[in-house]
Design a protein. Sequence first.
Length: 247
Amino acid sequence: MINAVIIEDEISIRNDLKDKLNSFFNTKIVLIGEADNVKDATKLINQLKPNLLLLDIELKDGTSFDLLSNLNHSNFQIIFITGFNEHAIKAIKIGALDYILKPVDEDEFNEAIKKSIDNLSKDTTVGQFIKVSNDYFVGNKKKRIVLKTLETNYIVYEDDIIYCNSDGNYTTFYMNNNKKILISKPLKKVEELISKNIFIKCHQSYLVNINYIEEYKSSGYLFLCNNIKIPIAGRRKEYVFRRINNQ
């Protein structure tokens, strides 16, 4: 059985989560504790060492990231439960972690729990992913992103990405160490992860790190380091030129 805890300061949401666990996962998951604040949750998790956390972002005495930074136990899966908090949601996405918006949708809940169960069976833990999310949440300048492939989870610095190239529902990240990382996300989803002040969308299939641009050609191309040639869409020429020249 998987041991779970619920950390949520709204009683109605907490009861709803308990009902859903009991209705759909009573043969696989047992609820071993619950709390509504950072202080009590920290003691609870460090003592009981659960496999699964259902964790609200905003708690009575702080945030879930305050809680996670105080834990001496990280061998678990985590699902954030949150209202619409744009900054927190982006932090979660950057760390490639799961979240569900309030009010909790039954199908989304079931999908997230099943994914967590599957990850536990693969002995996949989230300690490093949490650090990446927390770094963004607290505003650390050196931003990292988790890139998940079928075989490996990569944690990369945004500054080390030269450009991204999409092909349908897949995007390849070209790194400054000559590594290529292919993930199953379209460029639209990648745009949600990267910093808009660093990357330029010069074409429907390309995102370019402005720090690697060496030359702008009015004929419709950017030249990056290592003589990399990237096309500029006609309707984006003026935008790209202005971005490069800080206009």
